[in-house]
Design a protein around this ligand. Structure first.
Ligand SMILES: CC(C)(COP(=O)(O)OP(=O)(O)OC[C@H]1O[C@@H](n2cnc3c(N)ncnc32)[C@H](O)[C@@H]1OP(=O)(O)O)[C@@H](O)C(=O)NCCC(=O)NCCS
Length: 141
């Protein structure tokens, strides 16, 4: 098991993994998210590999991480912890001193995973607003 920064050619396998992990939503475009993180100066996609197969992936940047997912059949075997260690190392190496992340309310069970890794509820409400028209485009289909 090893972690590395994704290559552009990893996009399809990474998105398929995120889909198997139920991390994609109609309101988000994982291809656009991958490209944005991959090409940005302060972001990346980190992948976890076993025998050259992508079995975990996370998007990292701006002091946060998104799309943290591990191949369903490999969950609960330490892969998620290894992936998050790589995410933290990536940020630490760039001078970032705090990682904030969001967990969807419907996915609350996963909070225990993050707590095991030392994360805690920050007592904040997450607010967001789209700056593009994707929500309208999705709704009209
Ligand atoms: C969340 C996820 C990445 C965890 O990956 P994983 O490989 O199962 O995690 P690990 O095996 O490294 O677990 C690390 C620790 O957390 C615990 N843990 C993992 N998932 C847990 C859960 N759902 N509930 C309680 N504890 C959990 C493990 O038991 C382990 O504890 P230990 O160190 O005491 O043995 C994985 O379950 C996943 O991909 N889920 C679907 C996508 C998702 O919801 N991502 C998070 C979006 S916010």
């Amino acid at each position: 098991m090893k972690t590395r920064d994704a290559y552009q050619g990893d996009k399809l396998a990474t998105i398929e993994l995120w889909e198997r992990c139920s991390l994609t939503r109609p309101s988000n475009d994982p291809s656009q998210d991958f490209d944005f993180a991959y090409s940005g100066p302060s972001s990346a996609v980190i992948v976890l590999e076993i025998d050259s197969a992508i079995v975990g992936a996370a998007l990292v940047g701006r002091g946060s991480t998104y799309y943290v997912g591990v191949e369903p059949k490999l969950q609960r075997s330490g892969a998620g912890r290894a992936l998050m260690t790589a995410v933290e190392d990536w940020l630490r190496a760039r001078g970032v001193w705090k990682l904030n992340l969001l967990v969807r309310r419907e996915n609350g069970g996963v909070v225990s995973f993050y707590e095991k890794l030392g994360y805690s509820d920050q007592g904040c409400v997450a607010l967001g607003k789209r700056l593009d028209d994707r929500a309208d485009r999705v709704a009209s289909h």
